[in-house]
Design a protein around this ligand. Structure first.
Ligand code: HEM
Length: 326
């Protein structure tokens, strides 16, 4: 009352009067047409806090009842029978992996290949694939220098075909009538002859033979030649003087004797691994010592059998033979 009393009169609330509400809820002024008073009537003011509109409310998620069923699948057959739901959707394509999903390696349950050890120890910094690992040790082609083995040499690059083509053997291996292999103990020590009596100086001076004149070519020639390589039509008795005259000069053949037998060495000159000049050292004379000094393991008789001329006889053989006839 004190507060109201301090207010100006026109601000003081009027004495309450019954307010009749109309149908629309609005107060009906009952003072209209009533007795006039000096007091200013202040109607009751109802202040309401404005509520937010329902449309502006934040939508809230609510569970939807009776919606579509979520498709499920199971690897268990029993479960699949129980849940007669939609079939599972087709699997999405996935990025290919190693090994491929349809590879035989996967089908056979093989474990994936383990990474090379080098990859774990030395990371590849350039982003490139590491070099392929070496194949398992190949006993037939040992590779000691890290290079690929040289391809087999085509036969077309070899010497021109000859009569010995079918008889060719690797040059590294021992050949018939050529004694022990080059790396044998016999050669390494200077060697002894097959009978163990003669030592040699181990002098090696091979020459490059012309195509078609290899030892195997010679072997084929003496095997297939129908013509005689001796150069004579009949077996000869050769005196030392006769042998000396057959020295390979002035159109004469070259003869050489070996342990009492005389051979025509002329056809063999171009086949001699030591060269023509070396072989010619024995022409017109006994070649036994020369031969044994160089290669006592060589089988003279087998190699020059087709070149046999005759036997060495004393110089006076003819004279003594005539005497015997008397
Ligand atoms: C008569 C005097 C002869 C001399 C001075 C002589 C000299 C040589 C020389 C210096 C060589 C090369 C080095 C070597 O391979 O040991 C050689 C190799 C050869 N000579 Fe004679 N040679 C003679 C007679 C012969 C005869 C008559 C034959 C055949 C019956 C012959 C068959 C060979 C063979 C097969 C080789 C190769 C030996 C090998 O590869 O081990 N040589 N000769």
């Amino acid at each position: 009352a004190t507060v109201l009393g301090s207010l100006p009169r026109w601000l003081r609330p009027a004495r309450r009067r019954p307010v009749e509400h109309g149908g629309d809820g609005r107060p009906t002024d009952t003072t209209t047409g009533g007795s006039q008073e000096d007091e200013i009537v202040v109607s009751e003011v109802k202040i309401e806090v404005e509520q937010p509109l329902e449309a502006e409310e934040t939508p809230k998620a609510t569970a939807k009842e009776g919606g579509d069923a979520v498709p499920t699948f199971s690897l268990n057959e029993e479960d699949a029978k129980d849940h007669k739901m939609m079939p599972p959707p087709p699997p999405k394509p996935v990025a290919p992996s190693f090994p491929a999903a349809n590879s035989a390696q996967r089908a056979s349950n093989m474990p994936p290949p383990s990474r090379p050890a080098s990859e774990t120890t030395t990371p590849v910094s350039n982003g490139l694939m590491p070099p392929p690992s070496r194949p398992a040790s190949d006993t037939t082609q040992p590779v000691s220098n890290g290079l690929m083995p040289s391809p087999a040499r085509p036969t077309t690059l070899g010497p021109p075909p000859s009569s010995a083509a079918g008889l060719r053997v690797p040059s590294s291996g021992p050949l018939p009538n050529r004694g022990p292999p080059q790396n044998s103990q016999q050669r390494a020590t200077g060697g002894l002859s097959p009978n163990g009596l003669v030592a040699t100086p181990n002098k090696r001076n091979k020459v490059l033979l012309s195509p078609g004149h290899s030892p195997m070519d010679w072997a084929a020639l003496i095997r297939s030649s129908s013509a005689t390589l001796s150069g004579v039509s009949s077996f000869q008795r050769v005196t030392p003087s006769k042998l000396k005259s057959m020295n390979g000069r002035k159109g004469k053949p070259a003869w050489s004797s070996w342990q009492g037998k005389v051979y025509n060495i002329t056809p063999y000159l171009d086949f001699h691994p030591g060269g023509r000049d070396e072989l010619m050292k024995g022409a017109g004379r006994d070649g036994t010592n020369l031969f044994m000094e160089v290669h006592p393991w060589v089988n003279w008789e087998n190699m020059l059998g087709a070149c046999l001329v005759g036997v060495l006889v004393p110089e006076d053989y003819a004279k003594s033979e005539l005497e015997d006839m008397d």
